[in-house]
Design a protein around this ligand. Sequence first.
Ligand code: NAP
Length: 287
Amino acid sequence: MKLIDGKETAARVKEEIAAEIARRAAEGKKTPHLVALLVGNDPASETYVAAKVKACQLVGMKSTELRFPADATAEQLIETIDRLNSDDDVDGYIIQLPLPPHLPADDLLGRVDPAKDVDGFHPFNVGKMMLGLPAHLPATPAGILELLHRHRVETAGRHCVIVGRSNIVGTPLAVLMSRKSPRANCTVTLCHGATPDLKTFTLQADILVVAIGVPRFITPDMVKQGAVVIDVGVHRVPAPTKSGYRLVGDVDFENVAPRCSAITPVPGGVGPMTIASLLRNTLEAAR
Ligand code: NAP
């Protein structure tokens, strides 16, 4: 079994990004600038935004964190979005999800300038992605494709089964993995909560991607011998550690790993690649 080390792969991607930012600086070009909007105090969102800001610092990218209270109004956010859209110093920005339920997430995401939509969530970018046109790709699916490519996982003609159909992971990944491109060209099955007898499908997967949000849901009896398993889930579970918890994924790693030809760990798998993809999108926006 081979471990698909996302932390190490993301470090290499970040080195490449840092080198290009340094080259740009030497040519007198502006430093790419990423802005993150964070509403409320959701601990997971705080952690994700802090990790994104830290990654920007590492590659020499400018970053700004804009914080709003949990009871911020849609008008306050719209005013900020409009300002960011017209600020030439800002190359890209993200609205950290989930937003508090009183805020109209779809309307706010739809107001982001598609050229600065480095999360790839704007309907314009989603539509371009569907058509195979150049667009900011959503960071997690883009990171998974990069991870498969850099770890030389053969995709063409293989059966990729994706469990979970969210708009940020499962659905765009199904589109990307089925594309007629050297990095994809899979036969794709997209499973979800209404899929009967899920195991029938997961057992057919040459490449199994799991993004369902249920800790250790995928057990060894659901995985074909020799499959490549990509675990998107991230969960804190109580553990006798200093912090009182440890991170696990949607896959029962310890028991599934021996059946796999390759598998991503949690932490250190998909998560770091998501951040690396966000940085790459921001660099592309600056270009
Ligand atoms: P989500 O919005 O939480 O939706 C879960 C999806 O899984 C839904 O499509 C749901 O089906 C499906 N599902 C849930 N239980 C199922 C079951 N028992 N059998 C089959 N399908 C089931 O998905 P998400 O936002 O993609 O998040 C999934 C996980 O990935 C979470 O743990 C999240 O924290 C993590 N995540 C990690 C990263 C990263 O960078 N590492 C990025 C994004 C998300 P229905 O549609 O029928 O409800």
